[in-house]
Write a protein that binds this ligand. Sequence first.
Ligand code: MLT
Length: 388
Amino acid sequence: MSEFKLAKRLETLPPYLFSAIDKAKEEVRARGVDIISLGIGDPDLPTPNFIVKAMSEAIKRPANHQYPSYIGMLSYRKAVSDWYKRRFGADLDPNTEVLGLIGSKEGIAHFPLAFVNPGDVALIATPNYPVYGVSTEFVGGIPKYLPLTDENDFLPDLDAIDNDTWKSARLIYVNYPNNPTAATAPRWFYEKLIEKAKEFDVIIVHDAAYTEIYYDEANKPLSIMEIPGGKDVAIEFHSLSKTFNMTGWRIGMAVGNASLVKGLAKVKEQMDSGIFQAVQEASAVALNDGDLFCKGLRAIYKERRDVVIDALHKAGISCRVPDASFYIWSKVPQGFTSQEFVTRLLKQTGVVTTPGNGFGTPGEGYFRISLTVDTDRLKEAVLRISQL
Ligand code: MLT
């Protein structure tokens, strides 16, 4: 059998962070170790019944068995725009400013094909979701990383970026609530970002997948679409994955500036054939009727967050209390690198976490915990962490 050489763009590319972790996890599981999975941000709880029921009806409709619309059904796009209005007070035209995605990862990965030429610079706040950098490199773009640190509240210092860098940039990626640091961004940050983007003609790509997992009703995460001027310069990616425990369903949305949405749609119609319509119908029900469910989900994550934070602090492990997302971004104990700590933790205790450096250099010295098991298992996990 011939062994074919990979294309150059893949030759030096490491495996996707979470697929590498899966491999290590399976090796440990094979030794009979009890695994507690706090790695990938994949909710353990099921999709709620009202959505599953809507799906089971939608799947029976023959019209849904044919090719879906490339841009998403109008009923789904309308549900997205109504939800944005209700949740964020943002006005989005479902015809021109909303696009259905096969999960936000798909849209994020395809976006540079529409707007980045070889040699164009993409500014990426880091540590970051790895897809921003890889998809930029796939089209010959040049990622320039903006460090997020504890000292700057995990917000990129926009004033520290010199004018030449701003001028060379085609787009800037930001992500709040942030994965992996769990930081949120205040209104002034978005206002300043929009001002800079307008001044230097830079596209803002905002990944907002975690806005619905928050812990303080008085301080809800923002959408850039609710900030004046946001829609002029930004595209925002969102998803039903984390909001409604629907990671396996693969559905999300891109919203914002009509020309950005149109450009992405132009790429997608060449690459895929849309989202299974039954999934879109059920997702419209989720967005229209899911507010109460989300409230309950937040209460569950809050209990989990508090259990872990309390136990970590008691064990002398340093971390901030997150205002949003279901991640905890924690310092590794002294004397370890991120990779050493996470590997030892997995091999000796069966607890899977994500090494901070897997999200970029400023993540070194941290590890990420996902709150994706129940409180008893979380208590057990933190006990094992503290005893390492
Ligand atoms: C994460 O755990 O960072 C994400 O859920 C991974 C992903 O979306 O691929």
